[in-house]
Ligand binder design. Sequence first.
Ligand SMILES: CC(=O)CC(=O)SCCNC(=O)CCNC(=O)[C@H](O)C(C)(C)COP(=O)(O)OP(=O)(O)OC[C@H]1O[C@@H](n2cnc3c(N)ncnc32)[C@H](O)[C@@H]1OP(=O)(O)O
Ligand SMILES: NC(=O)C1=CN([C@@H]2O[C@H](COP(=O)(O)OP(=O)(O)OC[C@H]3O[C@@H](n4cnc5c(N)ncnc54)[C@H](OP(=O)(O)O)[C@@H]3O)[C@@H](O)[C@H]2O)C=CC1
Length: 291
Amino acid sequence: MAIQSVGVIGAGQMGNGIAHVFAVAGYDVLLTDISREALDKALDLIDRNLERQVSRDKISAEDKAAAMARLKTTQTLSELGQTDLVIEAATERETVKQAIFEDLVPHLKPETILTSNTSSISITRLASRTDRPEKFMGFHFMNPVPVMQLVELIRGIATDDATYRALHEVVEKLGKTAASAEDFPAFIVNRILMPMINEAVYTLYEGVGSVSSIDSAMKLGTNHPMGPLELADFIGLDTCLAIMNVLHDGLADTKYRPCPLLTKYVEAGWLGRKTGRGFYDYRGDEPVPTR
Ligand SMILES: CC(=O)CC(=O)SCCNC(=O)CCNC(=O)[C@H](O)C(C)(C)COP(=O)(O)OP(=O)(O)OC[C@H]1O[C@@H](n2cnc3c(N)ncnc32)[C@H](O)[C@@H]1OP(=O)(O)O
Ligand SMILES: NC(=O)C1=CN([C@@H]2O[C@H](COP(=O)(O)OP(=O)(O)OC[C@H]3O[C@@H](n4cnc5c(N)ncnc54)[C@H](OP(=O)(O)O)[C@@H]3O)[C@@H](O)[C@H]2O)C=CC1
């Protein structure tokens, strides 16, 4: 079956980036969220990010108009049942994702492929709660989606070859590169990246360095485009903590213990850029380190 239409669940930073790249690649996109405000903000952001690509000659003004025309939003989850491919990109919480799949499954066409953009949660476990574990996969995009080349493809224990091949083809049509990962906690990228970020928070917690010195040390000392604390703010500290908890619970090894300071920031509602404050305060003209 040729995939032509795509449903995206969750209009946060990942959902809007995923909707953006699929619309540019010629797919009809239906984006849903529980909040109308999130949908309106996502449409506005996609428009601005497409404009940025036009201004840098990455796409033409006609491509932008065509992409915006292919993009629709709805607050009714069941409407996504008629699409060929569904990508769930809601909050990184297993109960939230399971509830979404439970509500959606009765409305799905039999041939629809179901995927999750989860950063860490077991694909086999998510798939087992649906009516189609063989047509279920982890489809893990990186942030910011329009810029990052990689998509991790994660097969659950029951995923069939046809589903894997179909998603591999989609990745190629998007002009991105796939890397296959086995279904273990946090897969490849976050198994390696998130302990580094967590260690940077411990480095701050233990007073080895300030926010600025830790970030400049890693940017200038290891050529990372962002320091680990700046990157944590960019990803979202709630998402970082959720991933560390999945690693800690799933691998039962104390080396994945989330830093108490990371927990404290999340408990304060300081989730990074998306709430205006994290390891940096973004409410002024320039980001100001909080420690
Ligand atoms: C948590 C998970 O589950 C998995 C993950 O995603 S982990 C996070 C992975 N992501 C990273 O590690 C990102 C690390 N950071 C970076 O690579 C860079 O800082 C960055 C690409 C985000 C920004 O780069 P920069 O050079 O500082 O900024 P900027 O010049 O504004 O952007 C670079 C390019 O991206 C484009 N861009 C940035 N954000 C964009 C967006 N949202 N949409 C479209 N284009 C965008 C810019 O227009 C610019 O294009 P040109 O090269 O044509 O000029
Ligand atoms: N941030 C990152 O760098 C990356 C994140 N991911 C993964 O992508 C997913 C989304 O992350 P991200 O975009 O950063 O998170 P955000 O917090 O930016 O967005 C999540 C969105 O999902 C919405 N949502 C929550 N519950 C539901 C629901 N039941 N139905 C529909 N929408 C819902 C939220 O609404 P509200 O705000 O109203 O709760 C919010 O708009 C997570 O699984 C995350 O792990 C993957 C790669 C990178």
